[in-house]
Every structure is written in structure tokens, then in C-alpha cells.
Write a protein that binds this ligand. Sequence first.
Ligand SMILES: [Zn+2]
Length: 648
Amino acid sequence: MMTNAAIDITAQHQDVAPEFSFTASERRVFKAREKVTVSQHADAHRQVTRGPWKGQWDTANTEYLRFPMDLWNLPWIRKIFMCWAPQTGKTQVALNCLHYCIDQDPDTAFYVMSTEGTLHRIKQKQLDPMIASSPRVSHLVAEDIKTSIQFKNGMDLMMAWATSVSALASESARYMFFDEVDKYDPPINLDLGDIRTNAYPHTKKLLYYTTPEDETRPITRLIREEADVLYQYLARCPMCGHYQVMEFDRIKWPQEIRDPKKIIRGKLARYECEACGNGWTDDLRDQAIRRHPSDGDMLRWRPFVGRSIFGKFSEPPDRPTAVGMHLPSWNSPFISLSEVAAAFLRGLKDPDKLRIFMTQHKAEPWVYRVKTTTEDQVLKARRPDLKPQTVPAAAVALTCGIDVQKYGFWFLVRAWARDYTSWMIHYGFLSYWAEIEDLLFMREYPRADDGSGSGLRIWRAGIDTGGGKYDEQISSAEQVYLWLLKNRVGRGCQVWGTKGASRNLASKISIGKSLQHTPTGRSIPGGLSIISLDTNKLKDTVHFRLDKAMAGTAETAHMAAYLHSGTGPDYARQIMAEVKKQDKKGQETWAQEYRDNHLLDCEVIAHALADPEWPGGGVHLITQPRRPPKDDSQAGPKTKTSRRPSRW
Ligand SMILES: [Zn+2]
């Protein structure tokens, strides 16, 4: 049933007999060389000192690691691209190949990691213990400094991280290992590996391995542009013996259960065999991915033929030089099928979590599909029954985003239910600070129903402090700061200064350090903290929720962002003013298409204010519909994890 006879593992190590004379030490090295593959070498000599693979290495425990390791021995293979889920063992593949090189085929090697911190962590926790515990190579260490290890047999291992690697432009290497290559920031030049290994056109080996990020990142582009073949792992049904690539769609759980925690607790997910239809539990899945006596010399990886996110593939050549390998999380014995199902269900509700499911479980790059949404479509998010400037019954709090202009302010008010369903109830333009103060501190919006419930005032407001490089922007930022100093406490509504972060933050929202001076140098007694917003991520959130409201079905209602019945095309145009684009470096960002995007900025702030990441926690913590505050306290919802600026 296997279509693939392309790779003959026995064809390794066709070393050319040396015709010139060697030194005594070189002869010793050659004598020591065994005719083994990387997996055999690891099974014989590799000790793992920590983690799930702890102990004497045994490839049979995770059979899917055998083939990628043994690819290293095939003389025609130059590049291996592994796009794998976390916790599948890809780092172990790299370490075993490296261990093999040190012992069996010493030469110059580069090991590139995403950050300096990762480098030191991997060196300390993985590399150093691997070398120290190996009877084959521990005695060969000649010099071990922070970022390089020299071995007495000529092996020279250099380590670098993404931003340091270009500093080593003159170095050349025969082996290159790129650890978590999609996490490099800024992304590396994809030609880097080729440039470094130019001196070894016929013997170089490059291993790229990572959990994918988005489709502009290296692993997806390398597989699309360079791989001759894309391999997928075959599981073997313990019931009927049928070999198959496991697909997410065959993971099943009781349809009525939508609570991810219940599925994990009850271990309710099963994998349904495509041939016999029997459901595999986690234990049976573990058997299915393990080696089986009936495997014989069959290869447990199959070339993918057809079109996928990684490009179009036809039957592979006999001797591919560049090989892609794709492995989703459910092939790992360390991931329960129920965790996969739970991750999928969480993704239905939240774009951040959908991204986690796609990248960390499916091991596919995240693609934000920019739909060509029209203004009419945006307006489908309107609720005909929701009059402007009224509060729906389910709402428990109001947030207000404000964008400062040269001659006034754009603002937008959003009402929130505890489950993050929301309704834009008011937007517009105001000319004076006094009007903003009236809106934030005096205004009470009535309930949309019969008016018997109490109305709501604005709970949190965020005002963009801007602060650009031009004089007028500096003076506008100055004004906002002075206004915040006067109004931030004691007036019922919590008021915050925000600014858009120019580069991607680790989280959507973060508190800047306390400022002691205004832009023009006036001192701020007690300091003032400005909240940084990752506008790229938040714009994704806004659009994701608006899309749900546009779809308008009961299933998508949860977390949908609705609009009041009087919302006009002016709103829709400003929301559509930015589209997701790819810049020259392949980074995806929101870019302005039309001039006026102010209401989109207001939406970003209004969404951020309700978010769980906001200091003090999210809107889900509010238990009672809020009444107009009786005193001047700023008591928002409190959680144990609540982190507030020290003075605010
Ligand atoms: Zn079966």
C-alpha cells in the first residue's frame, strides 16, 4: 500500500575511500566511526537527562522520530524542514543529529536559536548535559565557552541567536540547525543557511524545525519554495491494521458537550479509524503511532500528494534534496486527543485561541483571511431592535474609546455583557474637552427595554495619547496628559491614557512604566502610567467579533460585536479603512487604506478596556448591572491577579 520507495535508508554512508594520508589522530577518528544511522547511534549512546524522554534514548518509544533522524544519513539530503506541533520531540531530533555529528562526522556546525535567553537555556539544560552524559563525546571537549564548543576531533560548534547571527557573516559551516525558526524576531534572511554553507555544496546539512507561526514566517515559505516532498506520518489502527494519516476531522466527541474542561476531565475524545470506524482512546492512539511488527521495513511516513497550505506536491523524485515534514499534535503520545478537541472548542470563541489551535495543534501556519468585506456587510452587524444611545438588557458595563484629533475627538461607546457579547450604542465627534467630560462623567444611558432597569454610565474610558514626532502632536499629547492628571481620579469613570504599540507585544495589553514628566518636561507628581495596546492583535479581535455579528446566526452570537440600529455608512467606512497586508519583510500588519480610521481606533480602545488583560480584569468579572457610582471610588472588579499601576 505504500507508494513510496523513494528513500532507501540502507544507502547511507557511501564514504569515499581516502586516497591521501591521515595523521594518527585522524586515523583514530575514522577507526571509531561506525556504520550507523542517527537513530541507531542515539539508541546506543544518547542519554536524556530531563523531560519526557529522560533516560536511555529509545527511538521505538516515539517511532515517528526515526525517519527524520535517519534522513540525516542520506548523502543526497541537504535540507530538512520540520513543521511540527509543540511536545513532539523535534528538538530531540536536532540534538541526536548533532550528537551523531560530533561523534561520527565532526565538522563546523551552527546552532541558531530564537533569542539569547533560549540559547543559554537550551545550552544549559539540553546541550551541555547531552555532551557530559555521552561516553562517546564527553572526553572530546577541548574548550567550552558561552556560545561555542570546540572538540578535539575537529568538531566546532558555534551557537547564535536570531539577532546575533548576522554578526557572524564571515563564518562558514557544514551543518546548520535552526531551532524554532518561526519565532525569530526579526525574521532571518532565508538565504542565510545557503550563504553559510556555500563552502560545502555536496556535504552540507541544514535542519529547520519549529512550531509554525503565520504563513509569512520561514518554515511555511521554505516548504513551499524549496521542499521536493512533504511527508506525513502514518498511524496503524490497532483494531483493523489499516495505515492512515490522522486528520483532525476524525477526532470525535459527544456533540452536545461544548465545555472544553468537561471533555478533558472525562477524556471524552476518540479517534475514528477511517477504515473500520472504531474509536481509538488515547491508549489505542498510542499503540497506533508506535512501531508494529507488521511494519517490516515499511516507511511510516508517506509523501503528501496534492495541494495544501504548504504548497502543491506531486510524486516526489527518487532522491529529494530538500524534505518537508508535517506533524500535528495528535501524533504525539504526550498530547491527549481530548486536549485537541478542547483547543478546537476554545478557538470557536476567540481568535487568539483559534490561532493556538491552528499553530500548536494542527501545526499549520496562521492565515488571517482578509475578506473583502463591504460597507453593506459591516452594517449587517446592526441590531434593528437596538435604538441608538440605549443599553441592551444583558449589558453590565460601558466602555468608551476616544481618538484625539487636532480640532476635536472621535469617540465610541460600547455596552458589554459578561460573556463579551457587545453592542456599539453611541459614536460621533465632539469638539471640546467639556463635552468629553460631560460624556464620561455626567451621561447616563437608559436601558433599551421598557426603561424600568437602571441606566448605565461609562465604566472605563481610554484616550489615545498619540505623542508623535511633530510639534502639533507633541502639544496634543501634552494636552491629553494634563487633562488626565486632572480627571483620572474621583469622577466616577475610570480614565486611562493609551497608546498604540509600534511593534508586536507579547500580550495584547501592557502597562507602560510610570511617566514622571509630560512631553514638554512638566513634572507629574506621583507619575502616570500609559497603557500600551498591540493594535495589530486588537484589530484582529475587533474584526473577528464584528464578523460574528455580521453572520447573525445564533451559533455565532456569543462574543459578537453588534451595532445600534442607526449606525451609518460613515462608521462602516472608517472600520474598513485598514486592511491586513504583508510588508516587504513578510510581516503581516494592518495598514491604512483610507484616511479616516478613527472609529476603528476607538473600537480598539473600547474592546481593550473590557478585555481580561486590562489592569483590574475584564468585564466578565462584573456580577451586577452597575448602578451609577455613589461616591468617587474607582473600584472596578478585583481579582487576585489584578495588577494596577502603583499610583493611578
Ligand atoms: Zn481500523
